[in-house]
Write a protein that binds this ligand. Structure first.
Ligand code: ZN
Length: 204
């Protein structure tokens, strides 16, 4: 869980056991004065995923211990969608979009298809292709499987026995892969660009 750290200077999410160990033992928080192994900056760093995701993953583990498959599936789906939200925020932030606007916009973009379309409008790229390009093609299919199983449970009011320990294991693996995936996407799509391209020919 605590393998990944995010450098606030270069925006990379770093998977480096030595850095993780140094930051864990440094104390004082934020990893100030500890150089980023990629860019060398000594500015602050934070765990990835950030603090607001921690309760979600903790709850997922607790529900798996209680063998409540439907809850594990629902939380895993939520984790994927929330991290996609985080990715959208990151893309807007890289365009210097003010934070209150980022929140206002992402709050209105609901549902996985709308989020995917928004990613495409910002980057020109298909989210499925982005995911496939970094080697996580299976995750899209797993997301669909989890969504279908969850919906089937909710719509048919079947007994939870229909969901098995295998579904719990699958959902937990999916959640771990989700973190790995977004760590890579955050690192890959971190280029800064202006929200509005300057137009040199503009009369004003
Ligand atoms: Zn860095």
């Amino acid at each position: 869980m605590d393998r990944y750290w995010q450098c606030f200077a270069c925006g990379r999410v770093i998977d480096d056991p030595n850095l993780a160990k140094t930051l864990e033992t440094a104390g004082g928080g934020w990893g100030l004065n500890i150089p980023c192994p990629k860019c060398g900056s000594k500015t602050s760093k934070d765990k990835f995923p950030g603090a607001r995701f921690r309760p979600l993953f903790k709850m997922m583990v607790e529900c798996s211990q209680l063998e409540r498959a439907i809850l594990v599936l629902t939380l895993a789906q939520t984790a994927f969608e929330s991290m996609l939200d985080g990715f959208l925020c990151r893309l807007l932030d890289n365009m210097n979009c003010p934070e209150d606007i980022v929140l206002a916009v992402t709050d209105q973009v609901r549902g996985i298809s709308a989020k995917a379309r928004f990613v495409k409008s910002l980057t020109g790229k298909d989210i499925e292709k982005m995911i496939g390009d970094v080697g996580f093609r299976d995750i899209v299919e797993q997301f669909e499987t989890i969504r279908k199983k969850r919906n089937s449970f909710l719509h048919t009011a079947k007994q939870e026995e229909d969901l098995t320990q295998d579904d719990i294991t699958m959902a937990l693996k999916f959640a771990c892969a989700t973190v790995d995936l977004y760590a890579i996407l955050f690192s890959k799509y971190r280029e800064q660009r202006p929200l509005i391209e300057p137009d040199e020919n503009h009369p004003l």
